[in-house]
Design a protein. Structure first.
Length: 49
């Protein structure tokens, strides 16, 4: 049960991170988009290990 909840939470965070990167890039904020991408990438890499 907890694993399913965590899985859904990670999925939502992943979608949110992608949406954040797209929004930042569309607004002309490549630095912010890069930062969000790096943070979310590091987070998922840490969770996968």
């Amino acid at each position: 049960m907890v694993g399913a909840f965590v899985g859904v939470l990670l999925l939502v965070l992943g979608i949110g991170a992608v949406a954040g990167v797209v929004t930042a890039a569309a607004m002309g904020l490549p630095t912010l988009a890069l930062a969000i991408g790096l943070i979310s990438g590091a987070f998922f890499a840490g969770r996968a290990v």
